[in-house]
Ligand binder design. Structure first.
Ligand code: 11C
Length: 343
């Protein structure tokens, strides 16, 4: 008997969690939706039928085998450890609350599932980080990435259903000639790009940008990979894209990189510019695999550099799919296909 609980099932990530669990036929016997008093008692239509939302309590959550948290970091900080403690449920937390905590594994199963060990509280990475990491891990293993520069093109879905609705509303208002109202984003997103995702840090980077640095190092088992990211919100609904330049210790070529990426699970190489084939959010949306393409030798770092472009569904690889893959990994562990080449 495998009982699964979801906290935050009516949010953008929560809804995808239900679809992914169902679509991947995760071997569960029952699904339980938990929420605060405000939503408890509501009936939600799910791929598992109509489910009544139950009032969250740590006790009820501890009776589950797996609890997916698709809620705020504040909620996770308050309850996650208590749900998991002393043989409680395995907690897979989508928030950033525990990601950098030393005793909490930060996991992309195809990369570092083995980091979970016997831990029962597991952090799901930031979406921008996870999408890039799928393409970068095989390259890091073989060519040893030393430095990286990334610019992102992030969808409204990163700010949840409210962000997606605000994009639709500001687009409609703009087309109707009205002044677009905005609350979720710092400026109207329709017909705009906003170089500002999450809060500004003392070093001038935003927290989203620093998450890419901090989390990529942790997932890859590194401490000193230098990563500079500029995170930009663009007016699309739900797939993030990233332009990435890497500098590697070992010489790299686009052909060698392509051969590795073609072997990687969770990655589709879409790289035929002559046929107008390259990664795009339009095609990456609602897709499990991350698209990688525009592979080219860097004209800045020469044989030690590669440029690439990735697009991946923010709600799937960036959140719900990765979380379900963590639970699948726990049911049936497997080694990473790639291991770092020792110099
Ligand atoms: C965004 N990447 O696009 C953010 C959302 O660290 O879990 C995810 C924030 C996080 O706004």
């Amino acid at each position: 008997m495998v009982q699964v609980g979801i906290v935050g099932a009516t949010g953008a990530v929560g809804k995808e969690l239900l679809s992914v669990l169902h679509d991947r036929k995760f071997a569960l016997t029952s699904v339980h939706l938990f929420a605060s008093e405000r939503s408890a008692g509501k009936v939600v239509e799910t791929p598992y039928g109509s489910l009544e939302v139950k009032l969250f309590s740590v006790q009820a959550a501890r009776e589950m085998d797996y609890v997916f948290l698709a809620v705020s970091g504040t909620f996770a900080l308050e309850h996650a450890e208590a749900i998991a403690a002393d043989g409680g449920a395995v907690v897979i937390d989508n928030s950033s609350a525990f990601r950098l905590q030393e005793n909490v594994p930060l996991v992309i199963p195809e990369i570092n599932g083995a980091a979970i060990g016997t831990r029962r509280l597991i952090a799901n990475p930031n979406c921008t980080t996870a999408i890039a990491a799928m393409a970068l891990w095989p390259l890091h293993c073989h060519f040893a990435i030393e430095k990286m520069i990334m610019s992102t093109y992030q969808a409204a879905s990163g700010a949840g259903i409210e962000g997606m609705n605000e994009l639709l509303e500001t687009t409609k208002a703009s087309l109707d000639g009205a002044a677009p109202q905005h609350k979720v984003f710092a400026h109207p997103l329709a017909f705009n790009v906003i170089p500002h995702v999450d809060t500004f840090q003392p070093n001038g980077y935003t927290k989203e940008e620093m998450k890419v640095t901090w989390e990529t190092n942790k997932i890859f088992g590194e401490t000193s990979m230098k990563i500079s990211c500029t995170a930009v919100r663009i007016p699309i609904l739900r797939a993030h894209s990233e332009a990435i330049t890497i500098q590697t210790k070992r010489p790299i070529t686009p052909d060698a990189a392509r051969a590795l990426l073609e072997m990687a699970d969770g990655v589709d190489v879409v790289d035929d510019p002559a046929a107008l084939q390259y990664p795009m959010p339009l095609h990456a949306t609602a897709k499990y695999n991350v698209e990688v393409g525009r592979l080219r030798q860097s004209i800045v770092f020469d044989e030690h550099g590669l440029d690439l472009f990735v697009s991946g569904d923010q709600l799937l690889r960036g959140a719900a799919l990765n979380a379900v893959l963590i639970a699948e990994f726990l049911e049936q562990p497997y080694p990473s296909k790639f291991a770092k080449v020792v110099e």
